[in-house]
Design a protein around this ligand. Structure first.
Ligand SMILES: Nc1ncnc2c1ncn2[C@@H]1O[C@H](COP(=O)(O)OP(=O)(O)OP(=O)(O)O)[C@@H](O)[C@H]1O
Length: 334
């Protein structure tokens, strides 16, 4: 690792009444692929806009190579390129779209050759695609053209917001290949989000997990939102599901707090006791990936979604009812 490229120090970004980023502190390494995962509305896109110097923070500091860029200089903006969630393609040829950024920079060297190389990086043939217009492209091809339009600029930092949203498996694979080829060049940093957790984990060297406008330490396998209740007999705190099932929690610090257990600490099997809480859950999905010794398991317990990983040899099957246990001390309040 070449050290931190970005450091965010207590950064907040507010829209109307909502805080899209809430006193967020994190760092992103240079020369690595960093994936940012988190639920809808957790602030991922807002973070990417700040990292691209498109929007400034309302509070706190965004340091780039240890310096605060405020106001943003064109020099630093040219080093960073963002592909937004729904990238815009002009209603002109693929050639004009991909070469647009070079035009803006008045860079006219070997344009056709560079457009051809950029298209080839995303698996598109120059002769077949360069003359096509937006309406002559599938969703996946349009997304790859948008990526080629960023790759041709050869930025130091490539930031991609949901690059595989609504593309087919073939395009998703080609986008992954293009990202990894770019990232393998010296000095390149990639920062990206995706709702496809397995795809994101596969392409990323590092992962950051987002929740309510800030980065949390690790991926949570169980998250429970209030209200919580107290068992009148035992005095223990719990979350009751719609099906009547209950999941044990510790005492909530405030009514809005969310109870969370890291995925790593959720186990299949085991007994509940003073230190370990447990509940029954139905297995919904088991994802086994080639070359990985662990399977990703999605379950529903007391009506709540749960994810955990377990050795492939011990993975249950969809439909199985299994016991999920976790150390009570591992429960965090977010
Ligand atoms: N331009 C805006 N104006 C008002 N509110 C906004 C704006 N952009 C984002 N928000 C709000 O800020 C919060 C964070 O949004 P953001 O798009 O950063 O989350 P996200 O994690 O990228 O979500 P998703 O996964 O759905 O793309 C949300 O509550 C959203 O409604």
């Amino acid at each position: 690792m070449d050290g931190a490229l970005y450091t965010l120090d207590q950064v907040s970004r507010c829209y109307d009444q909502s805080r899209a980023l809430d006193r967020c502190t994190l760092s992103i390494p240079k020369g690595r692929v960093t994936g940012i995962a988190g639920p809808n509305g957790s602030g991922k896109s807002t973070l990417l806009k700040l990292l691209s110097f498109i929007e400034p923070p309302d509070e706190g500091r965004v340091l780039f190579e240890g310096r605060e860029e405020r106001p943003f200089s064109p020099a630093v903006r040219y080093r960073v390129t963002l592909m937004p969630q729904t990238p815009f393609l002009m209603n002109r040829s693929v050639f004009k779209n991909v070469s647009y950024g070079l035009n803006v920079k008045k860079d006219r060297t070997d344009v056709a050759q560079r457009v051809s190389a950029a298209l080839s990086q995303v698996g598109l043939d120059f002769d077949k695609f360069a003359g096509r217009h937006r309406h002559e492209l599938s969703g996946g091809e349009a997304q790859r053209v948008a990526l080629a339009a960023r790759l041709i600029l050869d930025p130091e930092v490539l930031i991609l917001d949901e690059p595989t949203a609504s593309v087919d498996a073939a395009s998703s694979f080609l986008i992954r290949q293009a990202i990894l080829a770019f990232a393998s060049k010296p000095g390149k940093t990639v920062i990206l989000t995706s709702h496809d957790a397995a795809w994101l984990a596969d392409v990323s060297d590092e992962m950051l997990f987002f929740f309510r406008g800030k980065s949390v330490e690790e991926k949570m396998g169980l998250m429970l939102f209030g209200p919580f209740e107290r068992d009148p007999h035992s005095g223990a705190w719990l979350k009751r599901g719609e099906d009547g099932g209950v999941i044990a929690v510790s005492e909530p610090p405030d009514p809005d707090a969310v109870a969370a257990v890291p995925e790593r600490l959720l186990q299949l099997g085991g007994d509940a006791n003073d230190q370990h809480a447990g509940f029954d859950a139905e297995v919904r999905e088991v994802a086994r990936r080639k070359g990985h010794s662990k399977a990703q398991v999605t379950l529903i317990g007391a009506g709540f979604p749960i994810t955990l990983s377990c050795p492939v040899s011990k993975a249950p099957e969809p439909g199985d009812i299994v016991r999920v246990t976790y150390p009570l001390s591992s429960l965090q309040w977010l």
